[in-house]
Design a protein around this ligand. Structure first.
Ligand SMILES: Cc1ncc(COP(=O)(O)O)c(C=O)c1O
Length: 383
């Protein structure tokens, strides 16, 4: 049976193999290996590293359905998903185009990729007119984030798909920040959708995981690379991720609303200098975000009228959000990206992306919006 709504998909997709055993909730198949039943390919042997235990199969089917993709492979982290997907489609001598304001970890990975002989050029995701000039005969991949971390820039995603199709490139998008609740890049024509499942998909800040979704032949290439590199997800983490996903639409639906309200509250606050949230009219990509996304997500960045020391006083004074990197959980978190997620970059690289040292990033959880606004109001008195 095909389910229309994401709430039904989150609960029921992928459950058939589980229900066949009589279990209502998917059990954890904590077995490294499974009896040999005549499989004729190495990749079909049933073994945790080959990502094909019953725990993997049910979970991967659920995520593929949520994303509208043919198949999914889960990985041991978001970075494992990104690195494996890139290595599946790029080799020494190839060239790739990368958006110029990516998550710090991905930015760091590009230096490693470069060292393996892959050439790369960064592009402004909002200026498709400039992309042709960077195309080379050996260009194979174009890579963007649906909403960038932490400036929440939204590339011209339709133009990325059209450009990739025109030039025979593999288009890849990290959809972590938007989540499948707000955006379905595969339905728009992207070839590969990647998530740090550590964030919204799992939603409870208790595991690290990732996934890659797309058409069957593409996922086969990623899976074979993953089987060799070894970044498989453990069955217990599969179980937790599977459980977390069941409430994804409810959580993200609430987080969309709550973050919109908190962003407006901060925008009107006399202690706040600027708020970065794609749902606010003054965000540079607001009109694109309205066209592309069903919701603006749960992430906000802001600068108070303050220096770095005062920004740290505000962060310390907050009672509800813990000061920690990561995002997308049920509990709100705050961090200064210059000291955590983007600390691997030089100050010049950060400043080119608009990331001031005093910028505070907020991951809005599912606490009461009124309580969160009151907490920020009180903490901003510490300026
Ligand atoms: C947009 C984005 N992609 C990927 C990652 C990496 O995910 P993980 O920490 O699960 O490896 C992160 C981590 O913060 C992220 O924000």
């Amino acid at each position: 049976m095909k389910f229309k709504d994401i709430q039904t998909k989150a609960i029921h997709a992928g459950e058939a193999s589980v229900r066949a055993t009589g279990a209502v909730a998917p059990p954890i198949y904590q077995s490294a290996t499974f009896t040999y039943t005549g499989e004729d390919s190495y990749h079909d042997l049933r073994y945790i590293r080959l990502n094909n235990t019953p725990s993997h199969i049910a979970l991967q089917e659920k995520i593929a359905t949520l994303c509208g993709g043919e198949r999914c492979v889960v990985t041991t982290s978001g970075m494992a998903a990104i690195s494996t997907a890139l290595l599946a489609f790029l080799e020494a001598g190839d060239h790739a185009l990368f958006q110029d304001c990516l998550y710090g970890g991905t930015h760091g990975l590009l230096a490693d990729l470069h060292a393996t002989g892959v050439e790369m050029t960064s592009i402004d995701g909002g200026e498709p007119e400039g992309w042709d000039a960077h195309l080379r005969e050996n260009t194979r991949v174009i890579y963007v984030e649906a909403m960038t971390n932490p400036m929440l820039r939204v590339a011209d995603l339709r133009a990325v798909v059209a450009f990739a199709k025109r030039h025979g490139l593999v288009s890849m998008v990290d959809n972590t920040f938007a989540s499948p609740v707000n955006f379905n890049p595969l339905e728009m024509g992207f070839d590969i959708e990647i998530h740090s499942a550590t964030k919204y998909l799992n939603g409870h800040s208790d595991i690290v995981a990732g996934c890659v979704v797309g058409a069957s032949d593409r996922i086969d290439a990623v899976l074979h690379k993953l089987n060799h590199l070894g970044g498989c997800l453990d069955p217990h983490a599969c179980f937790l991720l599977h459980r977390g996903i069941k409430t994804l639409p409810l959580r993200v639906g609430y987080q969309n609303q709550s973050a919109s309200s908190l962003a407006s509250f901060l925008d009107a606050h006399p202690g706040v200098e600027r708020v970065v949230y794609p749902g606010l009219e003054h965000h540079p990509d607001h009109s694109r975000a309205i066209q592309l996304f069903r919701g603006f997500g749960g992430m906000i960045s802001f600068c108070a009228h303050s220096d770095v020391a005062a920004a740290d006083r505000v962060v310390s004074a907050l009672e509800l959000p813990a000061c920690a990197p990561s995002l997308g959980g049920v509990e709100s978190l705050v961090t200064r990206p210059a000291t955590t997620t983007h600390s691997g970059m030089t100050p010049e690289e950060r400043s080119a992306m608009g990331i001031e040292d005093r910028l505070i990033r907020v991951s809005v959880g599912i606490e009461s919006t009124d309580d969160l606004c009151a907490d920020f109001d009180r903490a901003l008195e510490k300026l």
